[in-house]
Ligand binder design. Structure first.
Ligand code: ADP
Ligand code: MG
Length: 292
């Protein structure tokens, strides 16, 4: 790489708000064959909101929200923040819990008085409650098909109900993904969310492939698998994304993301739009052409 070509490429990139940390990262971007995008906070805004509250037959909305509030108020997860804000707005009383525990990538549990309370995804709650009625299963399925994340709340062995949370796809994500595909790049979405919700979001976004139910420590392994098929650029915003950003051939962090992700990345996008992923690759391709 000639220093002049690198300087020119970096100058163009900086004007767009794309920060290449090294000359090597500016050269690497153009070699990308596969782009792996984190879902929450990267393709979507990451600002989750409660959309549906469905108490099960033997519970009530008040009771469901009371238990959910006590549990979710203990966590900083985007799902927890959405549930907590919703319960506070509904003037639900906040009760104290003990023995609070996070089951990373699955949900939460704690002790409320003498009751064990749980909140999380279907595969986690299914192991705890005696029965999830076919009616509740069809609610869960319907919510997921709408691209929402169903959070199941249980107490002792019983399901109290379902709270759906959802965030929206960033306005320019579908266009950004279509640009990448037009550049001959294979686009994959990674998420800890369940398969049905993930597929609904993937269809809206237009990605080629989805890898769902990825555990927080599993993104790195997925990247290593993808690297067997081509040169991989990983794009993410969260603490969970840091090992994957480091392992990939190139790591791109969303500027509005966590410091951990920004530190782990080779490239930082100041405008937090994934259209700048395509722009970064294009600038690098031009830079490489000027060299050879
Ligand atoms: P993501 O990749 O979307 O950030 P996570 O790995 O954090 O997802 O979580 C995966 C899934 O585990 C969530 O979609 C949700 O179903 C469940 N989950 C995780 N944390 C919580 C929580 N605090 N409250 C309820 N459910 C949770
Ligand atoms: Mg994320």
């Amino acid at each position: 790489a000639t220093p002049v070509a690198i300087m020119v490429g970096n100058g163009v990139a900086a004007k767009t708000g794309i920060l290449f940390k090294t000359a090597a990262s500016l050269e690497q971007a153009g070699k990308t064959q596969i782009v792996a995008l984190d879902k929450t906070g990267t393709i979507t805004t990451g600002e989750m909101k409660v959309t549906d509250v469905i108490a099960s037959e033997e519970s009530s909305e008040k009771e469901l929200l009371r238990v959910a509030y006590a549990l979710e108020s203990k966590s900083e997860h985007p799902i927890s923040k959405a549930v907590t804000a919703y319960a506070a707005e509904k003037d639900i009383p906040l009760e104290n819990t003990a023995e609070f525990e996070v089951l990373s990538g699955n949900g939460l549990q704690a002790l409320l008085g003498s009751d064990r309370i749980y909140g999380g995804n279907l595969s986690y709650i299914e192991k705890i409650v005696e029965l999830i009625s076919s009616q509740n299963r069809s609610f869960i399925d319907k919510l997921a098909r709408e691209g929402k994340t169903p959070v199941l709340i249980a107490r002792n062995g019983k399901l109290l109900g379902i709270i759906a949370v959802s965030d929206v796809i960033k306005e320019d994500s579908p266009q950004a993904i279509s640009e990448l595909k037009n550049m001959g790049i294979h686009v994959v979405m990674l998420t800890g969310d369940n398969e049905i919700t993930a597929s609904a979001i993937a269809a809206q976004a237009g990605v080629d492939e989805v890898v769902a139910s990825v555990k927080p420590d599993g993104k790195e392994a997925v990247i290593k698998q993808l690297m067997e098929h081509g040169v991989v650029t990983m794009v993410g915003d969260g603490i969970n994304d840091a090992p994957a950003l480091t392992s990939a051939d190139l790591g791109i962090a969303i500027g509005a993301g966590t410091d951990v992700a920004i530190d782990a990345a080779d490239v930082v996008l100041m405008k937090s739009s994934i259209r700048d992923v395509a722009a970064a690759i294009r600038i690098s391709r031009k830079t490489l052409r000027n060299i050879h």
